[in-house]
Ligand binder design. Structure first.
Ligand code: SF4
Length: 176
């Protein structure tokens, strides 16, 4: 049986959604049987691969780097799944949106610092004006709300996608 090529990616999120993926207990056996993990925090691949079947996206799109990543993900993935409230609505990542970006950075790196009171620029991706849900930039095939979504819901989503079905999430997920 040809394995489904699965990737996960972490944009502006707290890692909680990835923790929930890791928490799927014995369902991991079915994932291991049906899927090949081709990219993600636990996979030793530096470049997002081509011809991915399913990509789970954690986090909102908050920086120029996030934007480039999600555009690459969309070009190279058959199905893009927004995983968790940050990816679906902006959620925690969008809490900064009420404050102008420059003011926010100065509050953190200058006013809030005791030493090295300077806004970093070297090697730090530029923030977008607002942190936004993934679907504001690319087409999303499935939204899986939750902060984080339950491991049970994630296992269900993967199993349904592996079988070529669209998961019916009505009784399986909730925001928050
Ligand atoms: S949805 Fe919740 S758990 Fe997932 S990245 Fe956002 S804050 Fe973290």
């Amino acid at each position: 049986m040809k394995k489904v090529r699965v990737a996960t990616i972490w944009l502006d999120g707290c890692a909680g959604c990835h923790m929930s993926v890791l928490d799927i207990d014995e369902a991991i056996l079915n994932v291991a049987r049906r899927a090949e993990m081709v990219y993600g925090p636990l996979v030793d691949a530096h470049e997002f691969p081509k011809q991915v079947d399913v990509t789970l996206v954690e986090g909102g799109v908050s920086s120029q780097e996030d934007l480039e990543k999600i555009r690459t993900v969309r070009q190279r993935s058959r199905l893009v799944v927004s995983l968790g409230d940050c990816a679906v609505t902006g959620n925690i990542s969008a809490m900064r949106n009420q404050t102008p970006t420059r003011k926010l950075l100065e509050r953190i790196y200058v006013e809030g610092a005791d030493v090295m009171r300077v806004v970093p620029s070297d090697g730090v991706p530029a923030l977008l004006r607002h942190a936004v849900p993934v679907h504001e930039f690319v087409k999303v095939d499935l939204h899986v709300p939750g902060c984080p979504p339950s491991a049970k819901a994630i296992a269900f989503v993967l199993e349904e996608l592996f079988e070529g079905r669209v998961p019916d999430l009505r009784s399986k997920v909730k925001f928050g």
